[in-house]
Design a protein around this ligand. Sequence first.
Ligand code: AMP
Ligand code: MG
Length: 402
Amino acid sequence: MTTRPAASTSARSVEDHRRRVEQLLRPIAVRDVEDVPVAEALGRLLAGEVRAPLDLPVFRNSGMDGYAVRAESVTVTPATLPLAGVVAAGQPGQTPLPPGAAMKVMTGAPIPPGADCVVPVEDTRADEQTVTIERGRRTGDFVREPGTDVRAGELLVAAGTLVAPRHIAALAAVGLPRLAVFRRVRAAVLTTGDELMPAGSPLRPGQIYNSNGIALAAALAANGVEVISVDHSRDDPAEFRAKLDRATAAADVVFTSGGVSKGDFEVVKDVLATLGGEFGSVAVQPGGPQGITVVDGVAVLSFPGNPVSTMVSFEVFARPMLRELSGLPAVPKADVPLLDPVRSPSGRRQFLRGRMEIDGVALASGPGSHLVAAMAHADVLIDIPAEVTELTAGSVVEVWEL
Ligand code: AMP
Ligand code: MG
C-alpha cells in the first residue's frame, strides 16, 4: 500500500459532509401514523403493537386428511369402525361422533365433538360403510387445539417492527384488514440539464437520456422512501426555482442532480446559493461537488450530474440515514481482498465500483463518473481511503453492498 499525505485542500471530508447531511435529515424522523391495508404494509414500520383479536387456530381442527376417532376405539389394531360421515374444511362440523365410530375429516375441518384424535388416511383402508385403522393413535394426535398458536389478546407483532411477509401472514391470519404504520419519508427528485430527454423520445444531436431522475427515485424507493415526484428542469433559473418550490412544498427532502460544478450554466448552484445554499468540494471521487440548502425548512441535497456521481453520492451521503429513518438495517460492509491493483488520487477518498467474486472483489468499471453502464455490473462500492494512492492485488479493502 502506498500512501501520501493529503494534498492541502479546502475540500470537506466525506465524514464531515455525511454528518452534516445526517444532521439535516435526522429531524425528519416521521411520527405521523397512517392506516394502510395489511396487503400494502410490506416494508413499513408498525406504529403500535398488534394483539391477536382472536385465537389461532380459530377452532379445534384436523391436522391431517384422515379419520377422527376416539383413541380408545383404536387401542387394538387393526380395528374396523363404522363410518359415521365426512367433514370437509369449511363445514361447521357440529355432528357428534357416535361412540366406537369414525368420521372422515379433511385437513382444517372441525373435529367432530366426541373425537379426540385423527388417524391419517395413510394408516387406513376404507370401504363404503367402514374404515379399518391399521395403526392406533393417542389422544390429541393431529388435533389442532384453538389458541395453541396465539391466544386472543396476546402479542402478535411488536411495535416498531419492519413488516416482512411473515408478519403479513400472521396479521392476515387473524383477519386484520388494516394496520397503523408510520408514514414514509417523502422525497422529491429534481434533475437539471438542457441536454436531457425522457425515455421514449428520439435523441437530437447533443441530447442524452435522463437517467438520474429514474435512478434516484429507484434508490430512494429501495431504501423505504416514498418518492412523491420526479421532475426535470432545463438550465433555466426561473424554471428551476419554480419546480424547486413545488418540490419543497410537498417533500421532507429534495434531491437535485446536475448544475453544481464549475461550468457556465450551473443552475442549481446559482439559484440555491441565493437561498443560502452551501456549495463546495468534498474530498471524494466520484461526487466531489456537493450542495446542501435548507429551503423553507426542507433539506435540499444537490448531487453532481454525472450518473455514477449521482448514485455514489446517494450511497455515501444519503442512504445510511434514510435507511435509519425507514427502520431498515444498515448497509452491509465487509473487508475483502482486492483482485485487481488500484490507483487512487491523493487526498480524495475514492469509491470504485466492484464485483464480488468467491475470493475477493474485482473492478467492475474504470474510474470515470460517466460509466453508468459499467456500474450495472457492480454489486459493491470499494472504499479507498483518501491518503491511499496505490494498492496491489491482495490488499484488503472495505466494500459496501450496493
Ligand atoms: P452537470 O453536473 O450538470 O455538469 O452534468 C455532468 C454530466 O452529467 C454531463 O455529462 C451531463 O450530461 C450528465 N447528466 C447530468 N444530469 C443527468 C441526468 N439526469 N441523467 C443523465 N446524465 C446526466
Ligand atoms: Mg448540467
